[in-house]
Design a binder for this molecule. Structure first.
Ligand SMILES: Nc1ncnc2c1ncn2[C@@H]1O[C@H](COP(=O)(O)OP(=O)(O)OP(=O)(O)O)[C@@H](O)[C@H]1O
Ligand SMILES: [Mg+2]
Length: 188
């Protein structure tokens, strides 16, 4: 059994993977750490403070590693996993996520891009593109135990943050932040 737990950074993947793997007695795998250990990154992107992956190599290595295992996988890149029995996307209210990511000490651009990705459902769309059945769960105001119970019972929901007006306003202000970085790059 292969279970993918994906979602925007800060939505609670590690917390849920920990608890779920313990509950089921499964192994766990953190995709980014696995790729770093196996040197599957081609370069480091300073501006976005993240590594750039050699995708083909990553998919192959991961496929080889996970097959025939009972495993819970944490990833922000669902498309790197070629097979899964369950695909869960954790979603978190972008207003709360914004506050939490700011506290991580990331640069303003990285925070803005990630919160924007959550508002627009970027990881959720990627998961739906690669897997036929995808289960979204809103973690906001829920205890990790409750989220795990929902994963096991497949209690899924449709999430559209843009239906909340205040989040639409947040999107506009994030867009301004991101554009100001883009302008500063084109000025160089
Ligand atoms: N119901 C919940 N499920 C999961 N995490 C929660 C929940 N409620 C609060 N949290 C909190 O959310 C924060 C982010 O969690 P975590 O580090 O697991 O996220 P992550 O998605 O693994 O982030 P990253 O992508 O950076 O690895 C933690 O402080 C965690 O305690
Ligand atoms: Mg994590």
């Amino acid at each position: 059994m292969i279970i993918i737990i994906t979602g925007t950074p800060g939505t609670g993947k590690s917390t849920i993977v920990d608890l779920l793997s313990k509950t089921l007695g499964y192994e766990k795998l953190h995709v980014s750490s696995f790729l770093i250990q196996n040197k599957v990154f081609s370069e480091y992107d300073e501006l976005h403070q993240s590594y750039i992956i050699d995708e083909e190599k990553a998919i192959q290595l991961l496929d080889e590693y996970i097959k025939a295992r009972n495993i819970v996988i944490e990833t922000i890149y669902p498309s790197l996993i070629s097979h899964a029995d369950k695909v869960i996307v954790l979603r978190k209210d972008p207003r709360l996520l914004y506050e939490e990511l700011r506290k991580r000490g990331w640069n303003e651009l990285k925070v803005a891009e990630n919160v924007m990705a959550e508002i627009l459902g970027v990881i959720s769309s990627e998961a739906k593109e690669y897997f036929t059945k995808v289960c979204e769960i809103n973690v906001t105001n829920r205890k990790p135990e409750e989220v795990v119970e929902r994963v096991l019972k497949e209690q899924c929901e449709e999430i559209d943050w843009l239906s909340i007006e205040e989040i639409g306003d947040l999107l506009i202000s994030l867009d301004k932040i991101i554009s100001s970085y883009e302008d500063s790059i084109s000025d160089e």
